[in-house]
Design a binder for this molecule. Structure first.
Ligand code: 4NP
Length: 157
């Protein structure tokens, strides 16, 4: 069976999208669906390429027994051919992904959506950027993402 490829995207690829990726990986593991998916994350920006996720986010996730293992990379036009779903964390990411898609000549196969389209418990229309804020912001991002990432999985199941 053909795998479903899912790419989570934020600005730096060190806070929100690595967390979303790890939450999704954890969720599909628990449901026995690991083999059905290819999962990755990327940033629209290039500042943190090659870096581990922000330690504040890794520690907050570990408290929930979620391991964030990804290394930051930047989204490329090839991702529009490789991924079935590209899920943006906020409006700015969404616009930047759309701009890149419009400038690229690749086969635009991916469906681009905002992850918060799949929320049910939180009213947030965007996943807030926790990078310049306090510790509690990282837990809040994880709470939001646990809700909307599971909503996304339900939407495609
Ligand atoms: P992310 O958070 O987009 O959730 O990875 C950020 C990380 C770094 C920066 C901004 C947002 N930065 O400006 O370096």
């Amino acid at each position: 069976m053909k795998k479903i490829a899912v790419l989570f995207v934020c600005l730096g690829n060190i806070c929100r999208s690595p967390a979303a990726e790890a939450i999704f990986i954890n969720l599909i593991e628990r449901k026995g669906l690991t083999d059905a998916f290819i999962v990755d994350s990327a940033g629209t920006g290039n500042w943190h390429i090659g870096k581990k996720a922000d330690s504040r986010m890794r520690i907050a996730a570990e408290r929930r027994e979620i391991n964030i293992l990804s290394r930051a990379r930047q989204i490329t036009s090839e991702d529009f051919e490789k991924f079935n779903y590209i899920l943006a964390m906020d409006d700015s990411n969404f616009r930047n992904i759309q701009d890149l898609k419009n400038r690229s000549s690749s086969n635009n196969f991916a469906s681009i959506k905002k992850i918060q389209n799949f929320r049910s418990l939180f009213n947030e229309q965007e996943v807030p950027d926790p990078y310049f804020g306090g510790e509690e912001g990282f837990d809040y991002v994880l709470d939001i993402l646990e809700d909307s990432v599971s909503g996304f999985l339900e939407s495609i199941s």
